[in-house]
Design a protein around this ligand. Sequence first.
Ligand SMILES: [Cu+2]
Length: 201
Amino acid sequence: MKKRLLLVAVPLALTIGTPAAAKPADQPAPISEGTFRTWSEATPAVTYDTAVVPQGATAKLTVQNTGSAMRVRLQATGLVPGRTYGAHVHVNPCTDKPAEAGPHYQHRIDPAADPQHPSVDPDYANPRNEVWLDFTANSAGNGYAASVLRWQFSESRPAWSLVLHSERTHTKPGEAGMAGARVACLTRTALPAYENAPGRG
Ligand SMILES: [Cu+2]
């Protein structure tokens, strides 16, 4: 049974292309967590600005599928008390370059967007079509956010990262989805597809 599923999954992955950090049939695990460090190949969680996301801060991203919908939760520790962070699920794994996490994951993809021009149309760049997890850290530096979406991540174009930004997410036309600098990034844990239940995102 495992072999048959693999044979189905591999040609699909080759057709659509996969992020460099992931093996062909991998899917993101339902729970991913990491401790933010400055970049190295070994860390799943990288901070790009240690004044905003100190080394040793942590993030845990949980994706729970509930029938046709999903609930996405973010728990963070070790951040700057009282500071507001923008946070979104992005498409690519994290690297040493913040931009390489790519655009926000969109359920309905904005046809006007491309790699040089990210989606800033509120019809697409909104918290119902993307996963927004903005939060304000409490007095202990802990943060929590949750979002319930009426859809699930596609297995053919997995969502590989959580990006923390320096500002609350903007919502006006022309700037919707923007949230200042990318200050940290958590790569979701990769699992071989056959170890994942169907539909897990
Ligand atoms: Cu973002």
